[in-house]
Design a protein around this ligand. Sequence first.
Ligand SMILES: [Zn+2]
Length: 366
Amino acid sequence: MIPIKDITNYLEQWAPLCYQEDYDNSGLLVGDPHQTVTGVLICLDVTEAVIEEAVHTGCNLIIAHHPLIFPAIKNITKSTHKGRCIMQAIKHDITIYAMHTNLDNVATGINGHMATRLNLQQQCVLQPKSSTLQRLTVYVPLASVDVVRDALHAAGAGNIGNYTHCSFRTTGTGTFQPNDVANPTIGHKGTLEQVEEYKLEVIFPTYLSKHIIQAMQKAHPYEEVAYLIQPLGNQNHQVGGGMIGDLETALDTHAFLVYLKDTMQLQHIRHSVPNHNNIKRVALCGGAGISLLPEALKNGADAFITADVKYHNFCDAAEKILLVDIGHYESEVGMKQLLHSNLSEQYKTIRLLISQSTSNPVCYFC
Ligand SMILES: [Zn+2]
């Protein structure tokens, strides 16, 4: 008996909603997250065929990449595709949840998945986000520092890149004077105290702020905990747009395009005029990622893979980089397998289905 909310909470630990772009509408879109899940259907786009599939397979949770309600809609009627989808979902008690740019923007999301499929080495986020991290400084009596530090780490603080349990401490003297109604752990009411303390510092993602402070206060022995939180301008290398990495061996343009076509199971590839350089360093961004082309160039990429590329983008890229358009749907459809693998590991008893409906609105005539 697992509530839908349990699954969406898990998904938001993986790809927090605060990492979605400002214009986006990821998260719960339709339905009641408190009902028990009967099955999960994973799709790229919510269509009427997908809703029908959910009804037939007994799944009451649809997880999609593209939000059904995006941009905002003003009415829900049978006259529009979106209206019919929403009405059918509500009629059949189906919850619709979207993981869009928040899944794009985590290193283990859609772009990381594509980079791994292409076996790119030394993968890094192409354009890391700033202002997603904070620093906590807390003053702790010597005997309690390990307890407080462990509680902070358990709550998600102290992760930097591939390193966990990162912290820093210095010693000094804290002073305080409890008033008449205070209940001091150390010292006496009305007496000025001097106590040897550690100044303990950790870094953490902003969205965990409330959780981290609660954990710190629970573990700390003082009635009033002296602490401060400061926003950091540091880049967060686990969060941001696109990915970049190196092929194991450099390939000429033709061999690279064949490799890409085979690995991503593509029917068609559009690409800029080859500049005869070998391809070793590859940047990529699923969906419409052309805005990251300058980052790809700046980071020394030989090729940039994305979708929805316009004629003039190809003109701009000529001679500088191999710009490759593999199609919007084709670049993102791997999210179905990614979600399925991730949820299968976490939930052994829930039915997890990949939608069999093909929602690619683009057809190719050969
Ligand atoms: Zn997309």
